[in-house]
Design a protein. Sequence first.
Lengths: 244, 289
Amino acid sequence: MIILETKNLRKHFDGVYAVDDLSIRIEKGEITSIIGPNGSGKTTLINALSGMLDIDGGLVVIEESEKLSKIKPHRVASFGLTRTFQNIRLFEQMTALDNILVVVTDRRVFKAVFETHQILHLKKAEEVLTRVGLWEKRDQLAVNLSYGQRKLLEIARALAMDAKIYLLDEPFAGLSPEMVKVISGIIRELKTQSKTVVLIEHDMGLIRELSDYVFVMDSGKLLAEGQPEEVLQKREVIEAYLGD
Amino acid sequence: MIDYFVHISILFSIYAILSLSLNLVVGYAGLVSVAQAAFYGIGAYTTAILTATLGFNFFISVIVGILVAAILGFLAGLVFSKFRGDYYVLATLAFNVIIHSIFINWYDLTHGPLGIPGVLKPNLFGLSFSPNLLFFILSLLFLVAVYGVSRFIAQSSFGRALKAIREDESALKVFGYKTSVFKLSVFVASASLAAVAGSLFASYLTFVDPSTFLLTESIFILSIIILGGLGNLKGSLLGAFILVLLPELLRFVGLPDGIAAQIRQALYGLILIVLMLYRPQGLMGEYKL
């Protein structure tokens, strides 16, 4: 089943197309990687899919039923979609625990004032923080955590959303081998739970290791797609990365 | 001497209520508002009109003041919640100017610059709060109530969401929050609480006029919470204590009468500059503007 699809998606900045007529189809329960050289439009695509950038043309189709030409960011979660950010975006002056609690508690104002499920929410927060090894750091402000811990906290926040689709924008960038192991373990776990992962990554080793399917973008367009081994050996893909 | 301390304590209670209410918007939600004096004035004028002109009981006027401020706060907040950053400040500044102009120019209702005299003191089942000591106890009770409400809001999931708005509003949206509703709600709550301070002020002085509710008053309230600490309710109390007490202490320094007021203003400015340099999050704050 196709869980996420773009149809002729376009996004431009001052006339320059960052995403140009892009049509891709992402299978449910698979790990799909989007690769491409810097500036190829990968993060713009993720920002458009998560409603953080307005779409200039085309459609986003979620679970074959929601056909969206405009995505409001606050509705993204209700489609079962969540994300992490290329440049970490935590709620910096809040504790690690509060960074998680804020995404598990009620979004309706009245219910948020008179919260009644604190223990349940705390349990969920403990579960995800423990999974990434940050439970002991729960009372530290996010801003005071190390770079790696902050990356892990972003992953934990995404996990806490219990989403169907996880858009992970360079989750391994700048991490130690131990932390890479933790996050790749989490991504594999998500797959075993039939969750869909869309991964933006530059490390080809990890792409080979984790991906079921790969899309290659260049200058906002789809350059190639297919199984990782097959795609990574294509001449046009190698050229896009290394130049002519 | 006791009367003097009671007077200062009443002023402290009023400014502490104003500071607590503003801290919810500025310190928690990160929205820099300079409209607090407008809602302070709305509460004061509601009490003045209802008690002095129409003869209503003070406590009824407090409830009506809260409602009027909530409605106007809702209408203004609907517009404000579309802004952020500098534009938010400018929008609230404009609102304060507009409301102040209404106080001056809607003569039939507010008596313009002449103000409204004869505002009634609180009276509950025959117990009059006319003596200043009793009025102080009443204002302290209101302060405790406002502190309780503010604390409840700040410690709830709602308060946590406000902090997240302050930290990164667009990221929070992706996690399912319609942040404009949260911003609007806290603005309405803040406006309502500020109106309580206005009612107390009008009744305490038994008189209101527009000169109290100028933009400079909003900036003064903002200074209190910046000094005390943004995002910390106890900081609001401390800030109010210091900035209400400071001018009184300066009275004893023996400044020449002609320049005392100007020197006080200059000192406020100086304190804020020193604070911004060495402790930008305020004395007890957790968040820097």
